[in-house]
Design a protein around this ligand. Sequence first.
Ligand code: GLY
Ligand code: MN
Ligand code: MN
Length: 441
Amino acid sequence: MPTALLSQLYPAHLATLQQRTSAALERAGRDHLVIAAGQPHYQFLDDLPYPFQVNPHFKQWLPVTKAPGSWLVITPGQRPRLIYLQPHDYWHVVPEAPAGYWVEHFDIVIVREAREAAAYLPPQPQRCAILGETAAGIDEHVPDNTQAVIDYLHYQRAWKTDYELAMMRVASHLATRAHRAAEQAFRSGASEYGIQMAYLAAARETENELPYGNIVCLNEHAAVLHYTNLERNPPLHSRSFLIDAGASYHGYASDITRTYAGADAAEFQQLVDAVDAAQQQFCAQVTPGKDYAQLHVHAHHVLAGILHEQGFIRMSAESAVESGVSGVFFPHGLGHYIGLQVHDVGGFQQTDAGGSIARPAGHPYLRLTRTIDTGQVMTIEPGLYFIDMLLAELKKRPEAADVNWEKVDAFRRYGGIRIEDDVVCGETPENLTRDAFAALG
Ligand code: GLY
Ligand code: MN
Ligand code: MN
C-alpha cells in the first residue's frame, strides 16, 4: 500500500472520527473521550503475558497496535492527544518511536512509566467518557465505558471511511496471497500443520498477528466449524480442504474461507461449485437497504434448493427451511460485520442510542440483523456441512424419511463446504476478497 494514499485519506478519516466523537460526547454530556490502549495480561501463576490485543477504539484512530499503557484524549475542537508509553526497558522491544503519516495530526506526549500518563489526562475524570478495560485505569481515570458513547460509536463503526476501506483492501491482499500458498500445499499433499506453515510464511504474519486462529481442515475435519487442531501428519488421501483464514493490516481484518476438492472428488467439486455460485449471488445482494436477516433466510432457501437438486434431500426447499432441516446442513449465520474486529461490533444494534434487533426465530447463530448500507463491510459465508452430531439428531425426526442417507453418508468424508468473502455494501457491491484473488492473477 503506497503510504502516499494512506496519508491522503487519513485527514478525512480523522475528521469523521472527530465528528462521531463530538456527537457521542454530547449524547453522554461529557467533555472528553479518553481511550486506554490496554494492559498486558499475565498467565495464571506465571510471569508470561498473553499476546497483547489493543483496544479497538484506540487502533481506529491511528495505525498503532502494539502500545500497552498508552492513552488517547479527544476533546472536540482540539488536536487529539496521544500519551505514548515508551518505557526504558532492556528486556523487551519497546514500542517504536511515533513515526509516519499520522504523527503530525496528534499532540504527542511520551511517558516512560505507565503512571506518568495520569498527569496528561484531563483533570476532571467525571467529565470524561473513558473507554477501555478496567485494569488499564490510573487513579481516578478508570474506564467507565459510558454506555451512550459506546452505543453511538459502535453503531457508527459499521460505516467504514475511505481510509478504513483502503486498509481492508490490503488485509484482503495479504490473506489471498497466503490462501494461494495454502492451496498449493494442499495439492502437494501437505498436512494441516504443513498447510498452516505455508499460509503464515506467505502472509508474513505470526499466528498472534492474525485476526483470528486459522481453521485448516482436511477431509472430515471440515465438519467441525471451528476446527483448530492442525494435524501434524497428512491423511492417506486428501479428499477435501477447507481453510478459513485472514490477515491483519494495522489492526484491520480480513476473513476468508475457501473449500477445494481433491483430484478424485468430482462429486464434491460439483457441490462446491453450486455453493460458490450461490455465494456470489448473495454477494451481489449486498446493496443498501437490504435486511441482512432476510438475506440469511434467503440463503437457507437457496442452499436447501441445492441439497434438493443434487439429491441429498427429497423434500422441497420450502419444507426443508420450514422444518429446520436446512439448518442441519447450514448451522451458522450467513455472516457478520468486519473491520477493526473480525466480528465487528454493532451487528444487532437498533439505533445509535442502543436497542437490539432480534434474530429471526430458529436462527440462533446469526451475528447481523441490521439493514445494511453503503460503505459497510460484511462477510458472506454460506456453507453446507455433514456434521455427525446434527445428522444423528435429524435421523430421529420424521423428516429423516425425506433424506437420501446413502448420499449424505457418502459425503461425510468430505466434512463440509464454506465459501466466505468480505464485501463492501453499495449499489454495485465491492468484493474485497474476489478482487484480491483476481489481482494475484
Ligand atoms: N473465521 C470466523 C468466521 O468466519 O466468522
Ligand atoms: Mn466470518
Ligand atoms: Mn471466517
